[in-house]
Design a protein around this ligand. Structure first.
Ligand SMILES: [Zn+2]
Length: 86
């Protein structure tokens, strides 16, 4: 039960950040998540003081938002494909 609550909190947290990133055109600070919209393409985050690059921020947040958990094909399935080719 406790484990399920932890998973639910994690999923909720992840969905919340994805929604926030999309709403801000993926332009959030990589360190603290502060919205960087309206600020120069490169500079210092006004919230945490870390240097940011808008292009890198967008790339990382977009990757985070579009990442899906697709299982890898099983070894036996891949081996079967190889056997069929030969
Ligand atoms: Zn920051």
């Amino acid at each position: 039960m406790f484990f399920m609550i932890i998973i639910m909190i994690f999923v909720h947290w992840q969905l919340r950040w994805r929604k926030r990133a999309k709403a801000n055109d993926y332009l959030l600070c990589l360190c603290c998540g502060y919205t960087l919209e309206g600020l120069p393409e490169e500079g210092t985050c006004p919230e945490c003081g870390i240097e940011y690059c808008g292009q890198d921020c967008r790339m990382v947040w977009e990757k985070f938002c579009t990442r899906t958990h697709t299982p890898r094909p099983k070894t036996s399935a891949r081996k079967m494909d190889v056997d069929q080719v030969e």
